[in-house]
Ligand binder design. Structure first.
Ligand code: HAM
Length: 418
């Protein structure tokens, strides 16, 4: 028993410091936009995830029967839990609801670079707003985060489209409802599967050769004007996309975005704007993804409430930050190391440590017999600011010796002044 379960991670303190640094940026970006944090249990009823559109996520469920015979699952994503929470208070929560969370999610995936069987997924969602203003605000949060961690628009791109593009194209061909969602899920696999496999899966859904050709033709469009010509002047998809891009100009984030009709997302519930961020070299999997899902509550038997949001995993972003040299060196965060010169001074060192802690400093007290030399090495390894030495003569006269490790200065201080 020497390793963590395949696809799961231990976080040793130095990794935990980096994780906390990343999460602090998640918190800060959401809070800077007025969002409040929420949470829910990692264990949910299995039925929350029994959707039949052929999504990958439903085949990757960590599900089992508990000791009471209930079918339960570890959440693979946060959105259904959030929907459950919103539905439980339906009508009583003031809208718009602007909430965020950083849940651990579980998916039985093939483990590979940037994909594990558990990951932490920053989720940011807005409920109760129909307009693209809410979608634009989410994109602003994303860019705020990217800038804060030192990434630039040359490092990554947020690819944006709208499910209504495909909805309109398929509508012309008489395809809607369940078959529409299933088609989106097949199209989402276009980058991952060979073209023949995609054609076969589309044919299996009942699409004719002509309709497959039409779908492929539209999905290649990467220019909004060209999309306008293709879908016509009354297209709601084109209007929403134009409005969204124009709002992003006002946020001054348009250079981080690109319109790509091929973005559809692999989850069934999306209904409007959809987006995914990728590194510009396309070496990594999606950094994050999200979109509008206005009709999720009715699938749980509730009354629909418009919603939009994104999920942002902790794994791919760390790959990108590491490739760009943007992961900071983080010291342990202890400010003082207190060491007694010998055993007899241990009670004195404890009393000094207590005083310093009460005054608000973080203190690493040396609890066993260690030499001064060790304390200096330990201080430089952990990045402490001061070494507080409790020595016999000084202690007798009510003083301790403090070495400032940043400046190298050393002097004696009255214990009462600490
Ligand atoms: P998703 O695209 O399935 O969307 O996941 C969102 C992000 O979570 C991915 O872009 C990736 O960063 C991360 N992620 C997903 N699976 C894994 C994995 N196995 N290992 C590492 N990272 C992973 C959703 O889950 C939607 N519920 C997001 C959403 C929120 N849409 C609206 N609100």
């Amino acid at each position: 028993m020497s390793a963590a379960v395949r696809g799961t991670r231990d976080f040793y303190p130095e990794e935990m410091r980096i994780r906390n640094w990343l999460f602090e940026h998640f918190h800060a970006a959401a809070r800077s936009h007025g969002f409040e944090e929420y949470d829910s249990p990692v264990l949910e009823s299995e039925e929350l995830y029994t959707r039949k559109a052929g999504e990958e996520i439903t085949g990757q469920l960590y599900n089992f029967e508990d000791k009471g015979g209930r079918r339960v699952a570890l959440r693979p994503e946060m959105t259904p839990s959030l929907a459950r929470m919103v539905m439980a208070k339906s009508g009583t929560l003031p809208t718009p609801i602007k909430w965020y969370s950083i849940p651990q999610c579980w998916r039985y995936e093939r483990t590979q670079r940037g994909r594990g069987r558990e990951h932490y997924q920053w989720n940011v969602d807005i409920w109760g707003m129909q307009g693209v203003e809410a979608d634009a605000e989410l994109l602003s949060i994303l860019v705020h985060f990217f800038r804060a961690v030192g990434l630039k628009s040359d490092d990554l791109v947020i690819r944006v489209s709208n499910r209504k593009v495909l909805e309109e194209v398929l509508g012309e061909l008489g395809i809607e409802g369940e078959n529409f969602f299933k088609t989106c899920i097949v199209i989402d696999k276009m980058d991952k599967l060979p073209p023949e496999a995609i054609t076969q899966q589309l044919a299996d859904l009942g699409h004719s050769d002509d309709s497959i050709a039409r779908i492929r033709q539209v999905l290649e469009i990467k220019d909004l004007d060209a999309l306008g010509i293709e879908l016509g002047s009354n297209s709601q998809a084109v209007k929403e996309l134009q409005d969204l891009f124009s709002l992003c100009e006002s946020y001054e984030i348009a250079n981080w975005l690109s319109f790509e009709a091929s973005v559809v997302r692999g989850l069934a519930y999306y209904t409007g704007a959809v987006f995914e961020a990728y590194d510009r070299n396309s070496e990594l999997r999606a950094i994050c993804g999200g979109g509008r899902y206005d009709r999720l509550l009715s699938t749980f038997g509730g009354k629909n409430l418009p919603a939009t949001g994104f999920g942002f995993g902790d794994m791919v972003i760390m790959e990108l930050l590491s490739a760009k040299g943007l992961i900071p060196h983080l010291p342990s965060g202890n400010e003082d190391i207190v060491i007694p010169l010998d055993k007899t001074l241990r009670p004195a060192a404890m009393s000094i440590a207590s005083r310093l802690r009460t005054s608000g400093r973080s203190v690493d007290l040396v609890l066993d017999d260690k030499r001064m030399k060790w304390a200096f090495r330990h201080a430089s390894r952990t990045g402490a600011q001061r070494l507080v030495m409790v020595m016999p003569e000084e202690w007798q006269s009510g003083k301790v010796r403090i070495k400032n490790l940043e400046t190298g200065e050393e002097s004696d201080f009255d214990v009462d002044s600490l």
